[in-house]
Design a protein around this ligand. Structure first.
Ligand code: BES
Ligand code: ZN
Ligand code: ZN
Length: 492
């Protein structure tokens, strides 16, 4: 565990110092003064070379210390600071040393709670070790991982201790969530996800109720059961609730928990099928938000629902053409068994609406390849029936760097859901607007709720980044949801 402390002066025991600076024509020499004797011409020359541009990193050594001056540009946002510290830490890893000081004391405009939270969060994320199953224990990704590592925040504001701690707490949960998404599909069957939630709930103080297969049958979760039909492992329907006394708003989160998606009988091509272990990325985001709401004691009544199953090929699997029931009572013709996410979410959403009636419902799901063809990996698709909620979520995403882009759910797309034999079909059969028709399908199951948003995170749950050679988990949605929940009660 990293020890965090806030100080007013640079501690002598730190060996690495990171100094964030704003863009400036002339860097104030006083920033470098502690490292060079007064009037040193080298310090003057160095100061004149530092411009403070985004992505500019200057490194120098002075007595017993290695100093990084990192540029943050003109008006750095939370996301600028987060990315700068994440990049620095990723690139330097073991070179950063285990006694590191982040010195915010020189620039008043940078010495804010938000920037300190972002910096600590970015730094901590660099300690993530993707080698979950490697048997070689020497795989330490960063010196910060060692037991007595110390991060000193040099700040003139005492209140910033809480922000530093919050940055660290969020990073811890983000990394636990990344572990879940990166973990192998044979190691995270629905029962394992449910156990994760139970343990998290016990540790951080929120209630968890888990339906096994018999409970799902008793509760008419027919759509979830139909996706589970081909799996050797039972489904789980996981219900989490955090209800502090000071809660004002009631928010419901629903996450797609498909622990592996073969496509079912409408089977997927083999190439990259292994990445379908990430088809529980929405569930992971909901778990992360639940854990953090409780850990950070956010004043919000939060309910999380995760329907979880594999989507497998078997003699018992649901077939194209099969008609299934659902929790809401509507019948669904399964045209394509690979459109399974919307089926399990249909039950999750309808259960949430009927049993909890939250003010706001947000679902997150790695739902369609179509959203990737539309937005690439740069943003998640946002679908909502509420303009105010749209603004709040887009703002939260801009802030944390988890970008959302709104796509329409006009009535024009309603025909995509038509079935001759059942109330609706799970696939339009069309090759276009797939992310939209999926959202349109989900809309039926919120059953008239007026503040709902669906986030299609198929393109953002995994990314090619510095953490590994393959596509790796991002914990997309966790920081975004936490920020959204924190902003709720500050404002309206
Ligand atoms: N899990 C997939 C969507 C997905 C694709 C996630 C790529 C991450 C990366 C989903 O269940 C799926 O297969 N969707 C189909 C729906 C289609 C059959 C209507 C798709 O988008 O191709
Ligand atoms: Zn699928
Ligand atoms: Zn899927």
């Amino acid at each position: 565990m990293i020890q965090l402390s806030i100080l007013k002066e640079l501690p002598t025991e730190c060996t690495t110092v990171v100094i964030p600076v704003l863009k400036a024509e002339n860097l104030s020499e006083s920033i470098l003064n502690p490292f060079f004797p007064d009037g040193n011409p080298v310090a003057q020359r160095l100061a004149s070379e530092i411009k403070g541009e985004v992505k500019e990193t200057t490194v120098f050594f002075s007595e017993y210390k290695k100093v990084y001056v990192i540029g943050l540009g003109d008006k750095p946002t939370f996301n600028t600071v987060l990315s700068a510290f994440k990049n620095l830490a990723f690139n330097q890893k073991t070179k950063l040393s285990d006694h590191i000081a982040l010195d915010f004391s020189h620039t008043d405009a940078l010495d804010t709670p938000e920037n300190i939270q972002a910096a600590v969060n970015g730094l901590m994320l660099s300690t993530y070790n993707i080698g979950i199953y490697k048997t070689d224990e020497k795989q330490t990704p960063s010196d910060l991982k060692i037991t007595d590592a110390h991060v000193y925040i040099v700040s003139n504001r005492v209140g910033n201790t809480e922000s530093a701690q919050r940055g660290a707490s969020i990073a811890e949960t983000q990394m636990r969530v990344m572990d879940l998404v990166n973990s192998a599909p044979n190691k995270k069957i629905p029962e394992v996800l449910a156990d994760w939630a139970i343990t998290s709930g016990k540790t951080f103080g929120y209630a968890v109720q888990v339906f096994d297969k018999a409970d799902c049958e008793e509760n008419n979760l027919h759509a979830l059961l139909s996706v589970n039909a081909g799996s050797a492992f039972e489904p789980r329907f996981i219900i989490m609730e955090y209800k502090p006394d000071n809660a004002i708003k009631k928010i419901g989160l629903v996450g797609k928990g498909v622990t592996f998606d073969t496509g079912g009988i409408s089977i997927k091509p083999a190439s990259n099928m292994h990445l379908m272990k990430s088809d529980m990325g929405g569930a992971a985001a909901v778990f992360g938000a639940m854990e953090l709401a409780a850990k950070l004691k956010l004043p919000v009544h939060l309910i999380g629902i995760v329907p979880s199953t594999e989507n497998m090929v078997d003699g018992k699997s649901t077939k194209p053409g099969d008609v299934i029931g659902s929790y809401l009572g509507k019948t669904i013709e399964v045209i394509d068994t690979d459109a399974e996410g919307r089926l399990i979410l249909a039950d999750g959403l309808a259960y949430m609406k009927k049993n909890f009636e939250p003010d706001t419902i947000i679902d997150l799901a790695t739902l369609t390849g179509s959203v990737i063809r539309t937005l690439g990996y740069a943003a998640a698709g946002l679908f909502t029936n509420n303009d105010a909620l749209c603004d709040e979520l887009i703002k939260a995403g801009e802030f944390t760097g988890e970008r959302l882009w709104r796509l329409p759910i006009w009535e024009d797309y309603k025909d995509d859901l038509k079935s001759d034999v059942a109330d609706l079909a799970n696939f339009s059969g069309k090759t276009y607007a797939g992310a939209i028709s999926a959202a349109k399908f989900l809309e039926v199951f919120i059953d008239g709720h007026t503040r709902w948003a669906h986030l299609d995170i198929a393109g953002t749950a995994m990314a090619s980044n510095d953490l590994g050679g393959q596509r790796v988990a991002t914990a997309f949605g966790v920081q975004l949801l936490v920020h959204f929940l924190m902003s709720l009660n500050n404002g309206a």
